[in-house]
Design a protein. Sequence first.
Length: 99
Amino acid sequence: MSGLAKLHAEDRRLTILRTLAQDDDRRVNEFVLKRAVELLGHDVNRDMLRADLAWLRGQLLVTVREEGDGAIWIATATEEGVKVSRGKIHPGVAYPVEP
């Protein structure tokens, strides 16, 4: 992965975590997440989003529930994921910088 691609991946993962952390129950389906990530400047397809969610799940930052035999993924931020969304350093996730 090139340096720029790595930066994009890290920022997408932070965007996903921040989106989840903003929701009252920290749970959002993949279609809403895709739109949120796109609105925040990333060109992302469903496979890329699922790859990011799988990576975040592997890091124990989110849980993923598959509905309809995997037709839709619903992600929930873990407590650790919320901490990372608020600034806790985690390799592979961008550090949030406030404007």
